[in-house]
Design a protein around this ligand. Sequence first.
Ligand SMILES: Nc1ncnc2c1ncn2[C@@H]1O[C@H](COP(=O)(O)OP(=O)(O)O)[C@@H](O)[C@H]1O
Ligand code: SF4
Ligand SMILES: [Mg+2]
Length: 325
Amino acid sequence: MSEPLLRVEGLKKHFAFTKGILFARTLGHVKAVDDVSFDIKAGETLGLVGESGCGKTTTSRMILNLEEPTEGRILLEDEPISGLQGAALSAYRAKVQAVFQDPWSSLNPRMKVGRTIAESLIVNDWGDKEKIAARVRELLQQVGLRPEQAEQYPHEFSGGQRQRVALAAALASRPKLIVLDEPVSALDVSIRAQMMNLLKDIQAQDNVAYLLVAHDLATVRHMADHTVVMYLGKIVEKAPTESLFADVRHPYTKALFSAVLVAWPGRSEEEIELRGEVPSPLNPPSGCRFHTRCPWVMPRCSQQEPVLREVSPGHTVACHLFDNA
Ligand SMILES: Nc1ncnc2c1ncn2[C@@H]1O[C@H](COP(=O)(O)OP(=O)(O)O)[C@@H](O)[C@H]1O
Ligand code: SF4
Ligand SMILES: [Mg+2]
């Protein structure tokens, strides 16, 4: 077994919820991420899935070192990332890059895209002007754009092309991991597959690992080697993607899965309707956080919190239905 590239151990992020401005009182804590652990191996993709508000972006931001964990550790190549400063922090930023849902968030509208792509190379004194320009042309080609488009501004690109530019910028420093936070959610359905295929091709060429964040299972199915399903800050199911899709166990994952199936008429094997809204993470339900929406809810579900148990090799589930598995 090779060492994981990235290791996340017992990660928590609790945001204080306050009232008042001058003499703010803390009313409680939003447990945005509440004891999350997973590994990502070099060159592999981990899919992180769950409805909006379950803590995916907060997890991503901690991995990107943009947010300090309340508890827990993140290790890249066995080195903890907390407290990184100066050159060590720059080196980390070069190794762990990101592409966000909205490409505008990473593109300066007043900067030619070639300059945006070159930014991390310039910051890291990567080479002279000529060498950097050549690298920018190479990156544009790698993401399926034309080298001369380096001279254009973001508004001259379509949404899909802007996302390709954001990807080229992320690839510039030859990262080991790219955090992809809902990279296709804002794109037209018709061009999503192209972007996903491009991501796959780049991974095959560069051996880069991805943390692929998505709110649906369909997006991760053909991309992720392993999939982690989150609900209200907790992992409810974690498995190699193949074994997850062959044998979905957790009621929440089943509900997410049937939401996919509904989109395929004639495939109504086991449709589960997910009722109600996600409860507030400020006051998460007691016991199993899914008990307010679960079709299989039992008396103990509101009392006792289920822990992750292995149901088959590498496949773990947090649900009382599997207590004696
Ligand atoms: N800076 C913040 N301050 C307070 N609460 C936050 C902050 N960022 C996120 N949250 C809350 O944490 C929870 C998880 O949010 P997020 O990580 O963005 O979820 P997701 O990406 O899965 O939609 C949400 O309830 C959100 O409102
Ligand atoms: S622990 Fe109970 S409420 Fe939670 S998912 Fe399992 S059966 Fe449903
Ligand atoms: Mg998010």
